[in-house]
Design a protein around this ligand. Structure first.
Ligand code: GLU
Length: 462
């Protein structure tokens, strides 16, 4: 069974790069009817916070990415790590190192002066003497001193690391007894049964060390997929300004979870030239072997395009619910279907949609000067008054077509073109030249409000 995991360190919010590897891991587990596990790597007490953990869980909930089973918290597993440290000590695969900080610094300086790689020199590896007084030892693992460590990477192929170039007997437990990062990651992945690790390639340099731990403890090494980073349009690492922000900020900006996930799945993975993937399709088609070898480029227009697609295809009832987060309450509006049908094709985000709705349902507070100049020429006011009177006299006005019919009557009776009524009416109703069809606007705001807006515009002497 394929078991994948996402293992965030709760040092801040869940960001877009982390979410992408989480999504890949989730999809691969689902495709194989396997398991997708969540592990919170919260051992760094100074940098981790409960709020950050909650923020990550909240983001997962919003996106509908469900993890299987209990969440694993590293902070609750100290005893397990201690047990394995002891096991390695007992087996002679790890040892206590009494080197002081001063000695370590001195060693570094010499190595740097000799232009050598800075590394621990193994001086306590076979130490059998009396330990120095007053030094709490760290525990170091006996790493191979020569030979190669091969990472069989599902994205990059086999990557060979020369032990003497990259390894030393690295610390697995600090002087205070706390275990180190690469040690616990390997133990947790092994004990959780994780056999496919999909993560950012910024972790690639950790992998040989983790393999040393797996091998020392006799655990099976999982299959690794190191995913190239996401870059901005300039080819640089994604920064906050480019969109590398809190995943929940995308919710606030009005992006739909489906759009964000669809956007992310295509960052570094492709299936032919298909762009739109439903969750079911993603689960069916995703395969980490198709992950690109080079960095992917974050493209906001693409995200907007996808979001527009998903907004357009979201049922109105669901949109009504989603829009409440943006201060738009349409649940009891009798024309909400007409309104949403007309506007949902025009919005890139829910926020934009809420603005478009507000521009219709609230009376304009001012009138765009240029639009006024263009529209209020000749007998515009007379035309508007005639139209308002006709509306007043009309009995049943509900649908856009009812209003269109009244406009037509005026156009025919006054023998004018449609623009002669359309332009001033648009400015009177919306304060500007843009917006959806006027018949839709009038149907949504109703006859009384239409007449009122016309009167106000005329009164404002525009
Ligand atoms: N906790 C690590 C991070 O947040 C991920 C560890 C891993 O995926 O192996 O970057």
């Amino acid at each position: 069974m394929v078991v994948t995991r996402f293992a965030p360190s709760p040092t801040g919010y869940l960001h877009i790069g982390g979410l992408r590897t989480a999504l890949f891991s989730y999809l691969w587990a689902r495709k194989n009817n396997g398991k997708f596990l969540l592990r919170i790597e919260d051992t760094d007490k100074a940098r981790n916070s409960q709020e950050a953990t909650e923020a990550i869980l909240k983001a997962f909930q919003w996106l509908g990415l469900e993890a299987d089973g209990e969440i694993t918290y590293q902070s609750k597993r100290e005893d397990i790590y201690k047990k394995y440290i002891q096991q390695l000590l007992d087996e002679g695969k790890a040892y206590k190192c009494y080197m002081s900080k001063e000695e370590l610094d001195a060693l570094r300086e010499t190595q740097m002066a000799n232009k050598e790689r800075t590394k621990y020199d193994g001086r306590y590896r076979d130490f059998t003497g009396t330990p120095p007084e007053g030094v709490e030892p760290v525990i170091r693992i006996k790493a191979p001193l020569s030979g190669e460590i091969i990472v069989h990477d599902g994205v990059k192929g086999d990557i060979s690391f020369q032990a003497e170039d990259i390894l030393d007997d690295f610390v697995i437990a600090r002087a205070d007894g706390s275990p180190t990062y690469n040690f616990v990651v390997a133990i947790d992945d092994a004990l959780m049964g994780v056999n496919e690790v999909i993560r950012g390639d910024d972790h690639l340099s950790n992998t040989p060390k983790q393999i040393v731990v797996y091998e020392a403890l006799g655990f099976d090494v999982p299959k690794f997929y190191h995913v190239p980073m996401i870059h901005n349009a300039q080819g640089k690492k994604l920064s906050k300004r480019d969109g590398a922000t809190d995943v929940m900020a995308y919710k606030e900006m009005g992006y739909l979870p489906q759009a964000l996930l669809n956007f992310l799945v295509r960052l570094g993975w492709s299936h032919g030239d298909q762009e739109i993937f439903s969750m079911d399709e993603m689960k069916e088609l995703f395969d980490p072997k198709d992950i690109n070898k080079s960095a992917s480029i974050y493209n906001t227009e693409k995200l907007d395009w996808l979001n527009a697609h998903y907004i357009k295809n979201t049922p109105n009832e669901e949109l009504t619910e989603l829009l409440t987060d943006f201060g738009v309450v349409l649940s009891s509006h009798d024309k909400k279907e007409i309104l949403l049908d007309a506007l949902k094709e025009r919005a890139k985000t829910l926020k934009e949609l809420s603005t478009l709705i507000n521009e219709i349902v609230t009376t304009p507070q001012s009138y765009d000067e240029k639009a006024v100049k263009k529209a209020f020429k000749g007998n515009a006011i007379e035309i508007l008054e005639t139209f308002a009177n006709k509306l007043d006299a009309a009995k049943e006005l509900h649908l856009p077509s009812d209003y269109h019919h009244v406009m037509e009557t005026v156009v025919n009776e006054m023998e004018i073109g449609f623009g002669k009524i359309g332009n001033p009416l648009r400015v009177a109703l919306l304060g500007k030249m843009s917006g959806p069809g006027l018949d839709v606007v009038m149907s949504v705001i109703g006859k009384d409000e239409t007449i009122l807006r016309i009167a106000r515009a005329i009164e404002a002497n525009i």
